[in-house]
Design a protein. Structure first.
Length: 221
């Protein structure tokens, strides 16, 4: 049943892009669809944050449409890839990135993990090796919002034994006192409010802090 539904979606995109289909769909390119890809991703996040199951189903469908749309566009180009290549690529990547699950005799091969932190570190190490990256800081999209970029950097740099600067130690004490995500959100909002009243750009400040931390990590690696 799942396969037939997905096949129907792919067939619909084929019809929309083919002669006699929809003029608007036929004119779209990878570049013209970027804004819709971003919009659908954010609308999916909004539905998840609202814990709205119906909206999640709808928005994730819209996001899936974008993936199929891009695959169809590429398929039309010489040497392009299709949706099967997309699916095969992510399937093989998941298998490679989870040797503790899929590799035979994973314990004997040193792939045994016991915690989520172990999985995250192993994932990033294997990803860096596959992409021939020299630093854990490479490959974090510059277009990400500053806070998301900071979180990505922190997650990837867990394997780097770099001492936390004094300001991070002090901040950890404050966060422990807050206790809940709601209190943390209010605290961050208060920081942004105070920064705004002083004429400071919070987004730019975090972005620059991320760059400084990246430089520290790269020097230490």
């Amino acid at each position: 049943m799942r396969g037939s539904h997905f096949t129907q979606l792919v067939a619909l995109l084929d019809q929309l892009r083919s002669p006699g289909g929809c003029p608007w769909d036929g004119e779209q390119t990878h570049q013209s669809l970027v804004e819709y890809l971003i919009e659908e991703a954010y609308e999916s996040v909004e539905a998840i944050d609202a814990n709205d199951s119906e909206a999640m189903c709808e928005e994730l469908g819209d996001l899936l449409l974008q993936v199929v749309f891009h695959a169809r566009i590429s398929q039309e180009q010489p040497g392009g890839w299709d949706i099967d290549a997309v699916i095969d690529g992510i399937t093989q990547k998941l298998i490679r990135r989870h040797p503790h699950v899929f590799a035979e005799d994973s314990v004997q091969q040193g792939n045994h993990v016991s915690t989520t932190a172990d999985v995250e570190i192993g994932w990033h190490e294997r990803k860096a090796k596959e992409k021939k990256r020299d630093s854990v800081t490479e490959g974090i999209p510059e277009a990400l919002p500053a806070l998301m970029r900071a979180q990505k950097l922190i997650a990837r740099s867990k394997s780097v034994s770099l001492p936390d600067p004094a300001y991070m130690v002090e901040t950890n004490q404050v966060i422990e006192e807050l206790g809940t995500e709601e209190q943390l959100g209010d605290y961050l909002f208060a920081l942004v409010s105070s920064a705004t009243s002083l004429g400071l750009d919070s987004e730019a400040a975090v972005r620059k802090a991320v760059l400084r931390r990246m430089q520290e990590i790269q020097s230490h690696e």
